[in-house]
Write a protein that binds this ligand. Structure first.
Ligand SMILES: *Cc1c(COP(=O)(O)O)cnc(C)c1O
Length: 391
């Protein structure tokens, strides 16, 4: 079966009972998504509910220090504070067109859960969110937000009680409830057609950024840089430039503390090929194929796998994947906050950090776009622990 493959990665490695809802979703992607009626309704929501288009902001102070122009694609300014709402609203709207009554999803740090619970309210649907019991404990603020939005949050007690287990549980639940529920997958990963569907709904980021940078500078950028968890914000902005061979695409993974052998979330830089959550992709796994625990200071990057299209772009060399550690991330968080008055999410701070730490790799005077995937308000409890950030 070659359907849903990006080179050798991707596919649909799922239980027989999940084939029917995935097939139904493939049909919807082919027939409903391209229709004028759907596109018009989706654009209306992006404009009037999410607040698009998001600005492309030039950073004057950092650009002077760097010797080249740093532009930020401001996904932090979207409703609910990140790029996730683009995908979630697209899928919720599609589910509605497919006649579904409810959304189910998984969440790790809670951001996808909050975005899905929000979209469910906007479209008057029920919402159930699977979340590892450990994450329910450590992300209680987002659990309260989901509950206020009327969602049911189900703590998952299996395995390591984190995101990986929440996804397994959500897939199992979907088998039982496929007639009424749509699984609103949170990133550009999982079995076909999710990686393609999520890229489709996040591609608005790349389309806008390409138009905006050409309007502002008269040319394509030197590089486009984004953090990579499952890979949805990165594939969204990359998709606008992937056919422009002159543009460097750089994905930034989370290295954890950066020490040799530390727990990390960098399967492209440090992992091997294997199968997880219905897809063939790059994974953090041991020699027996057991998934290893992942970690990042940024909850949204904490996933032991990555979307299959990134595995392909890595494999064929069209995009470069690099990693940044926790301290470099915190330094970038502070640098952007102090220089420009823009407080980035710790996920997005990884992408900013790569630029700050590698300024010699960029020619003087060039134009670089960083996808600012989200805002930092949600990270106060973490950054509070680092007193040097307040000096
Ligand atoms: C969830 C999240 C990410 C990581 O997810 P991707 O699918 O890799 O984009 C990055 N930034 C923010 C702000 C997030 O909430």
């Amino acid at each position: 079966m070659s359907k849903g493959y990006f080179g050798e990665f991707g596919g649909q490695f799922v239980a027989e009972l999940l084939i029917p809802p995935l097939k139904e979703l493939e049909d919807a992607l082919e027939n409903i998504v391209p229709s004028e009626a759907f596109q018009k309704e989706f654009s209306d929501y992006l404009k009037n509910y999410v607040g698009r288009e998001s600005p492309l902001t030039h950073c004057p102070t950092l650009s002077t220090d760097l010797g080249f122009n740093l532009y930020l694609k401001r996904e932090d300014l979207n409703h609910t504070g990140s790029h996730k709402i683009n995908n979630v609203l697209g899928q919720a709207l599609l589910a509605k067109h497919m006649g579904k009554k409810a959304l189910l999803t998984e969440t790790g740090a809670g951001m996808n859960g909050v975005a899905t619970a929000t979209a469910a309210r906007a479209l008057d649907m029920d919402c159930i969110v699977f979340m590892g019991a450990v994450d329910v404990e450590r992300q209680s603020h987002n659990v309260r937000r989901m509950k206020l939005l009327g969602a049911t949050v189900v703590p998952v007690e299996a395995g390591s009680k984190t995101l990986k287990d929440a996804i397994n549980e959500a897939l199992r639940f979907w088998i039982k409830k496929q007639a009424t529920h749509h699984y609103c997958f949170g990133t550009a990963a999982g079995p076909h057609p999710f990686p393609t569907l999520v890229r489709e709904f996040q591609s608005v980021v790349g389309k806008e950024a390409r138009k905006q940078i050409i309007e502002r500078t008269g040319a394509l950028p030197h590089s486009v840089i984004a953090c990579v968890g499952g890979g949805s914000n990165a594939i969204g902005i990359f998709s606008g430039f992937v056919d422009d061979c002159s543009v460097n695409l750089i994905g930034v993974e989370a290295a954890g503390t950066g020490e040799e052998g530390c727990t990390n979330s960098a399967p492209l830089c440090l992992g091997t090929a294997g199968i997880l959550h219905g897809q063939k992709t790059m994974l953090l796994q041991d020699a027996d194929g057991q998934i290893m625990p992942s970690h990042s200071i940024a909850g949204g990057l904490d996933y032991p796998g990555v979307g299959p299209e990134h595995a392909h772009l890595h494999h064929c060399g069209r995009a470069e994947y690099v990693k940044v550690n926790d301290m470099q991330t915190l330094h970038a968080f502070k640098a952007l906050t102090r220089a420009e008055g823009i407080m980035p999410a710790l996920e997005s701070s990884h992408a900013v950090a790569y630029v700050l730490e590698n300024k010699d790799k960029f020619p003087k005077g060039c134009n670089v776009i960083v996808n600012l995937s989200g805002r930092g308000d949600k990270d106060m409890d973490i950054v509070e622990q680092y007193t040097e950030l307040f000096d």
